[in-house]
Design a protein around this ligand. Structure first.
Ligand code: SAM
Length: 321
């Protein structure tokens, strides 16, 4: 029997993203997270001359080959992490683009395939690597010490009982299957039928974020976008939980010169920071009722967008002012 094909990924806030990108005919755009190509298709339909679509997942790139072939040379697929956007574009002779979009997290194709090991709902090998490289989820839970596991669960999963879960993980090692991990988390935290959220949700999110270095990638992607966007270029970023949204919000606040002083009890800084690299920072946009009803994934999505100024990109010290 062959496994049922996973449901296709439904793009989230696609209309709003394309609107924020204000795609004009003839422009060059970067889709940092190609996935099933929903945003890329919409950007091409708006008349972009070139789209460079990144994905660290070789299967997503493979999936996009038909679209690239049909695009008449307008779509270039880039099998890279988006934090390497600047170098990867330079290698293709491009140093400035008119728009960059990032749709953070995993696609439905990744989540729904049990063999990718992302899901606590279907049993599969404990993998969770988007790009298939680096340490897997099994490597992490079987090798890290208890304190490190607890830290990851607390910071990336916001799991209030991180220590209890970490202790249960260490006691049950080796763990090789998603089903085993999900069951032991449920046992450690208590699971009652009818509970709104599976208690394993936070642990799985935390481990996925950790093994894929997702928050570091997001920070690197924002800094790369700042460097490749031409003056007047647009940035649109969709995130799915508060940890990611906080990073985007702080980045845009800092880069638009709107970051409040570190403490209101201290006098204002004498020295002004670098000139703002972004303006026209839009209010966060969330999916409307019709979209969240049709696509539950959209419920937690937040879109933030801004426009690049002509000021030079900040260095890391500037960013932490
Ligand atoms: C939420 S999906 C994108 C869906 C896409 N917007 C669409 O409409 O089909 C996220 C995709 O980004 C990829 N991805 C996540 N982090 C990445 C990174 N740091 N660099 C490149 N691709 C990444 C994942 O492999 C996944 O395919």
């Amino acid at each position: 029997m062959t496994a049922a094909a996973p449901a296709p990924h439904i793009p989230v806030l696609a209309e709003e993203v394309v609107h924020a990108l204000a795609v004009a005919p003839g422009e060059t755009h970067v889709d940092g997270t190609f996935g099933a190509g929903g945003y890329t298709k919409a950007i091409l339909e708006k008349g972009a001359a070139r789209v460079f679509a990144f994905d660290r997942d070789p299967l997503a790139i493979q999936y996009g080959e038909g679209l690239a072939a049909a695009s008449g040379g307008r779509l270039t697929l880039v099998p890279e992490r988006f934090s390497r956007m600047r170098q990867a574009l330079a290698e293709r002779g491009v140093d400035e683009v008119d728009g960059v979009t990032l749709d953070i997290g995993v696609s439905s194709m990744q989540l729904d395939r049990a063999e990718r090991g992302f899901s606590f709902q279907a049993d599969g090998p404990l993998d969770m690597r988007m790009g298939g490289e680096g340490q897997s989820a099994a490597d992490f839970v079987n090798r890290a010490d208890e304190a490190e596991i607890a830290d990851v669960l607390f910071h990336y999963g916001e799991e209030p009982k991180a220590r209890r879960v970490a202790r249960a993980i260490v006691a049950a090692r080796p763990i090789e299957r998603t089903g085993t991990l999900a069951e032991l988390v449920r046992k450690a935290l208590g699971h009652h039928p009818g509970m709104k959220k599976d208690p394993a949700t936070r642990t799985f999110q935390a481990i996925r974020i950790h093994v894929n270095e997702e928050l570091q990638e997001l920070e690197g992607g924002l800094e790369a976008a700042e460097r490749v966007l031409a003056p007047g270029g647009r940035l649109a970023v969709v995130t799915f939980h508060s940890l990611e949204d906080r990073i985007v919000k702080r980045f845009l606040k800092a880069r638009s010169g709107a970051l409040p002083a570190a403490s209101r009890h201290l006098p204002a800084r004498a020295k002004a920071g670098p000139a703002p690299t972004f303006d026209a920072v839009a209010k966060p946009i969330r999916a409307g009722a019709a979209e969240t009803e049709a696509n539950p994934r959209a419920r937690s999505a937040t879109l933030r967008a801004a426009r690049r100024t002509s000021a030079p990109a900040w260095n890391q010290e500037g960013a932490s002012r």
